[in-house]
Design a protein around this ligand. Sequence first.
Ligand code: GLC
Length: 525
Amino acid sequence: MTAHDHPDHAPWWTDCVFYQVYPRSFADSNSDGVGDLDGVTAHLDYLRWLGVDALWLNPVMVSPMADHGYDVADPRDIDPLFGDLAALDRLVAAAHERGIKLTMDLVPNHTSSAHPWFVEALAAKPGSPARDRYFFRDGKGRDGQLPPNNWVSIFGGPAWTRVIEAEGPGQWYLHLFDVSQPDLNWDNPEVFADFERTLRFWMDRGVDGFRIDVSHGMAKPPGLPDMPVTDVKLLAHQDDDPRFNRPGVHAIHRAIRRVIDDYPDAVSVGEVWVHDNAAFAEYLRPDELHLAFNFRLLQADFDAEEIRSAIDNSLAAVASVGASATWALENHDVERAVTRYGGGAVGLDRANAMALVLLALPGAVFVYNGQELGLPNVELPDSALQDPVWERSGHTERGRDGCRVPLPWSGDTPPFGFSDNPHTWLPIPADWAQHTVERQRSEPGSTLSVYRQALAIRQSREELAGRRVDWLETPAGMLAFRRGGLVCVLNAGDSPVDLPEGRLLLSSAPVAGGLLPPNAAAWLA
Ligand code: GLC
């Protein structure tokens, strides 16, 4: 870990590079066409070669997989699709042997409808303790045929579903996401008690921390009032959405932190879709989360002004509470960067350039599997789509499958070494031979080479020290900042630009005659 500026007691995650493994799509060890834990273990040497410090595994707990693991039926066991507890133990041990930390993904906001608590709640009476762990309410209107309020699901459609009891239609239950993801009632003390068991269960097994799903969501507004606007963008969380970022959520984070503090090296990373800097910072007060995802950079277009403002705001947001910044260009919920930046060769050039911006920044960096290969989003046929958003939106929103296609490892034809089974859970495009790890490893200018070299420099060079980002004056369309002894220059304009003084350490595209081409970035010492 490189934490030159606080060598004494910087926690390991301060400047850490996390690699996000979407387990379904990383590597399949048992030929069922779906990635699994032993597949991750089998490729740890690749990840060490790449130079990452830690892994974040998307959920691998027991789940009917309606939302690919974010619908958890048993939070303290591994789904057979991914292996078993022994496979997890093997992965933790093998990662630690290589000096790689392992963090898991926990889902406190909701369970699966297959969770024993929800099954019990359905069988129980209105007003029973079993129903109080969730949000069961009587409907409005004659015979309660209307939902209790006007809330809509993040995945489309209403956020309430009516239960059919022995006597006919009964109460309604709340699900901000899929109908199979009932929201938990965090006012019920059993909910936290069970979550504490889950935290300890995994940390006792040697897991180094957690990404906490929908960290701004657990506390619901008292009385569940109607929302002012129901015509919301699907999959988006807006600051003015009254169902998220309630003041009560901070007491929950403080309670979680008290448990995590029993394991001094463990980290918590919150998924916090809160745009306002002051409100975002509240999650990072010293007794709440260690880190929180800041999505500004991932939401910025390939535009120098937008990128600079995303960086400034992300730094400002954490400065007030003395927390580490976090940076990401991709994850399993958003379009791949190559595609977002315009697609094709230009999109790839821009994504490579942004890799150098990303990896020059102070704080924790998250790299989503396949990002280091420059994978584009995939246009999947309708019949392949699996994201619940596709059905729930009435086939108007294609969902997130396009960024979740399995990784191409080697060879010239699908499934490119991902699996022995040609029927992978999502089809891999036939033209991905150009993107395989095998192919890119030996190509000096490949995306993989850019990532690997940047990670090596980030880890070993004194240049990349310091928490400060100092902007250098540049012509419009360009961006340049100094961090410690390193200068990162990005050309987001239309014509080549002169590089500033300095020794060229790395560039995302060939630099000839001291000129940085458009859609490229460089590191100078
Ligand atoms: C988070 C996850 C997303 C999931 C949702 C519901 O936003 O990142 O993939 O669908 O929570 O758990």
